[in-house]
Design a protein around this ligand. Structure first.
Ligand code: AMP
Length: 215
């Protein structure tokens, strides 16, 4: 299955993409993750992307397109994927159509993960990743057991550099301006599905797989 996950930063796209990957085997393709790796490895592409990422702006369409083309052509993505964080504006959505035509593929759905704006702030401010297991956690919402399991496994709760209040506000503004019009883009193409994304990760996951007919 080939899906796009649409939704504001903090709507849970990464968490759900990880669940789809572990339960159904189609890989999470996250442009944010690919970019963070490029920044950490100080590649040319990473150096180009860093300033935009630190301020919560979008990295240039050209840079992200190069990355996504390469990633979608890798063997594990040929049978399916969930795109987490791509496309993020109208031009990227059109580029994606082109990439998929070249690969002889079609999207099955674009899932809009709908969350109230106020909830997003708390989700983003509390978001952490376990350095040992890579699990996404939240200091406000994860259970004590989940948080201590990370520490006991020898991990640290890492916070993303762009999960600070100023950058978060900008990322949400950029989302409203650039990305939210894609809801109409995919509605027009009869690919849009809407999943309420307010509950726990488990609840959202079961809504999502029901909606996609994977249950
Ligand atoms: P994310 O992990 O999806 O929240 O992305 C983190 C940051 O990476 C964003 O704030 C952007 O600066 C950059 N980024 C991720 N995906 C894209 C994209 N599709 N287009 C442009 N910039 C992106």
């Amino acid at each position: 299955m080939r899906i796009v996950l649409l939704g504001a930063p903090g709507s849970g796209k990464g968490t759900q993409a990880q669940r789809l990957q572990s339960d159904y085997g189609f890989p999470q393709v996250s442009t944010g993750e690919l970019l963070r790796t490029a920044v950490a490895e100080r590649t040319d592409l990473g150096l180009l992307a860093k300033a935009a990422m630190d301020s919560g702006e979008l990295v240039s369409n050209e840079v992200v397109l190069q990355m996504i083309k390469k990633r979608l052509a890798e063997t594990d993505a040929l049978e399916g994927f969930s795109l987490d964080g791509y496309p993020r504006n109208w031009d990227q959505a059109i580029s994606l159509e082109g990439v998929l035509v070249e690969l002889g593929q079609k999207l099955d759905a674009a899932v809009f993960m709908e969350v109230d704006f106020e909830v997003l702030m708390k989700r983003l401010m509390g978001r952490r990743t376990c350095s040992e297991t890579g699990k996404l956690l939240n200091i406000y919402f994860s259970s004590k057991g989940e948080l201590t399991a990370c520490i006991e496994a020898g991990g640290k709760l890492l916070q993303r550099k762009d999960d600070n209040e100023k950058t978060i506000r900008n990322r949400l503004t950029v989302y409203e301006r650039e990305t939210s019009p894609l809801i109409e883009y995919y509605r027009d193409r009869k690919l849009l599905r809407v999943v309420p994304a307010l509950g726990t990760a488990d609840e959202v996951h079961s809504n999502l797989i029901g909606l996609l007919g994977l249950d």
